[in-house]
Write a protein that binds this ligand. Structure first.
Ligand code: INI
Length: 154
């Protein structure tokens, strides 16, 4: 039997982070959490690229470009989509989830989602560095693991 699993060392690996400005008071916490996780697992500051985009709808564009560049061992996408009074929420949440899923299933660059999709600001806040943890941090940890899984599957 052969078992493949990723280790949790980020040393020597290059990570790209796409983060959206919409709900920036929360996405900044996600970014801080992701960078903290990467550096505490051995990534070097110079090996982390951060790309800001206006909203979650635009995350897929930047992520796809970064995936195509061949530079990154893994990508981390960060955003906060909160249900509002309009249908816009459904479109934005659906579009970004679909696009990230497509990029991931291409099997070229692992991509992880630190995108909070929540019913309320309170629920989103709980997942952006308060009582339910920090989704940026956990998405970065998954990216570290998947970067290594990717190496092992080559
Ligand atoms: N963008 C978000 O990141 N989160 C949201 O909750 C959100 N809502 O609900 O409207 C949102 N909209 C903006 C969207 O992502 C685009 O930036 C905008 O439509 C321009 O294309």
């Amino acid at each position: 039997m052969k078992v493949f699993e990723g280790n949790l060392s980020a040393e020597g690996k290059i990570f790209g982070i796409v983060v959206s400005r919409f709900n920036e008071f929360l996405t900044r916490n996600l970014l801080q959490g992701a960078i903290d996780c990467l550096t505490r697992h051995g990534a070097s500051d110079k090996d982390i690229d951060v790309v800001w985009v206006p909203g979650a709808f635009e995350i897929g564009f930047a992520a796809r470009k970064m995936a195509a560049s061949g530079r990154y061992n893994a990508l981390i996408c960060l955003g906060v989509v909160i249900r509002g009074a309009t249908m816009h929420f459904e479109y934005v949440a659906g579009q970004v989830t679909r696009t990230l899923g497509q990029i991931n299933s291409e099997g070229i660059v692992p991509i992880t989602s630190g995108i909070i999709i929540a019913d309320s600001i309170e629920q989103a806040t709980e997942r952006a560095g308060t009582k339910m943890g920090n989704k940026g941090w956990s998405a970065a940890l998954s990216a570290i693991e998947m970067a290594d899984v990717n190496e092992k599957l080559k």
